[in-house]
Design a protein around this ligand. Sequence first.
Ligand code: IMP
Length: 182
Amino acid sequence: MHKSFDLFFVSSNNHKYQEAKIILDSLGINLGFFKSNLEEIQSNSLHNIAMAKARDAFSKFKKPIIIEDDGLFIDSIDGFPGPYSSYVFKTIGNKGILNLLKNNRKANFISIITYCDKTNLQSFEGKLNGKISKTLKGKGWGYDPIFIPNNSVKTFAEMNNKNELSHRFKALKKFSKWYLHK
Ligand code: IMP
């Protein structure tokens, strides 16, 4: 049987969709998926990148959509890689990041969720403070094996409750409050 959805997540990343689906299910929103590579503009602002992606996604699928843009911001290297997190992951990867860091390992993960339909373009930000581990720990996607949220001794990759506290959870929770009352 075909299931119908009111809202679609547009991304090339299955992991992000799986997590967003679990989170939004728990908040009472049923989320479909369009797997697609979206336009990624060069910008220092995650918000501007997210808005461009959302416009591109809506113009392709003509349905209410959300997209996500994330950045890992590391204090001791002036917030790098930030908006360049995807490129840095593909090039130097987690090991390259570990090689760049010494004592100060503070970092934060930011998620921007942007909703777009015919009349709305609205963004929601979730920020999670933490630090970068000294070695790779656990098997997870992206930066999960090196990011340790505050008040945890485990990396995202080692945790079983990432979806209850992540940057993605925080942004989607804000989004859900707005979406369910709009
Ligand atoms: P993007 O530009 O939004 O795709 O994300 C920037 C980079 O951060 C990509 O390399 C993602 O794989 C990575 N990333 C985003 N969210 C997470 C997460 O929850 N865990 C691990 N890596 C992530």
